[in-house]
Design a protein around this ligand. Structure first.
Ligand code: NAP
Length: 252
């Protein structure tokens, strides 16, 4: 029973930014659970595609720059043309820019908010139009600890990820009655390109490690199980939830 509830066989997922990091971890975990994957990427994603096909699942690479909403409808259309269906959307692609609030530039504001929040919304809209019509689907947005906390020197990132939390709840309110589940995962400190500078900073790295009850940085694979759960029938009564996968960071 439990196995079947988590089974994604026959389902099709779009995962953005799946060439590396958390997106790759999620794409491979969804494929392990049985889903075929549309990998949305602006970089070479052959490593992820190979991992998915090695599991006996299909992978299709969609090249798209998610700094503007231009590719959103095309991503959904190409997924439907390739696989004939769409069941799961994971909005993972995201960027971060660091500077003091006093010096923070408009360019660093717009770049982060556009990719992390605006494009995320319009991809939800494009997929949501299809999912609401078919009366089923799961959308998983990647939030952050800064959906709950303020952070420091990352104003546009905090604003965008706090916005992702609010949007996730709004979309759940509008679409839950149509059979579409919208939830978010808030990763803690995960070792990826995104956090390379923090990992390399000896002082910050020590401070971060000291606060994580699990006593280690997370791996992209640590996020996969939560994504499988939220994409599956096991989560059919879970709506508008922001699931922290953080080694206990928020508990401290
Ligand atoms: P990452 O390795 O830097 O991955 C970010 C992904 O987003 C990459 O695939 C990147 O593509 C893609 N991306 C960024 N801008 C794009 C654009 N304009 N068009 C297409 N793709 C774009 O970092 P990550 O840690 O795995 O981050 C994944 C998500 O998790 C992000 O939303 C991030 O905010 C969130 N997150 C991460 C952590 C953490 O500790 N690592 C914690 C909380 C939340 P390229 O490889 O081509 O740049």
């Amino acid at each position: 029973m439990a196995g079947k509830a988590f089974d994604l066989s026959g389902k099709v997922a779009i995962v953005t930014g799946a060439n590396t990091g958390i997106g790759q971890g999620i794409a491979v975990a969804l494929a392990e659970a049985g889903a075929d994957i549309a990998i949305v990427t602006r970089s070479d994603a052959s490593d992820t595609a190979n991992k998915i096909t090695a599991l006996g699942r299909r992978a299709h690479i969609i090249i798209a720059d998610l700094s503007s909403i231009e590719p959103c409808q095309r991503i959904v259309d190409e997924t439907l043309d390739t696989f004939g269906r769409l069941d799961i959307l994971v909005n993972n692609a995201g960027i971060i820019r660091r500077d003091d609030a006093l010096d923070f530039s408009e360019e660093d504001w717009d770049a982060v908010v556009d990719t992390n929040l605006k494009v995320l919304f319009f991809l939800c809209q494009a997929a949501g139009r299809h999912m609401v019509e078919q009366k089923s689907g799961s959308i998983i947005n990647i939030a952050s600890m800064l959906t709950f906390q303020g952070g420091i020197r990352v104003p546009s990132y905090t604003a965008s990820k706090s916005g992702v939390g609010g949007l996730t709840k709004l979309l759940a309110n509008e679409w839950a009655s149509h059979g579409v589940n919208v939830n978010a995962i808030a990763p803690g400190y995960i070792a990826t390109n995104n956090t390379a500078a923090l990992q390399a900073d000896e002082t910050r790295n020590r401070q971060i490690m000291e606060r994580i009850p699990a006593g280690r940085w997370g791996d992209p694979e640590d996020i996969g199980g939560a994504a499988v759960f939220l994409a599956s029938d096991a989560a059919r009564y879970v709506q508008g939830h922001i699931l922290a996968v953080d080694g206990g960071w928020l508990a401290r």
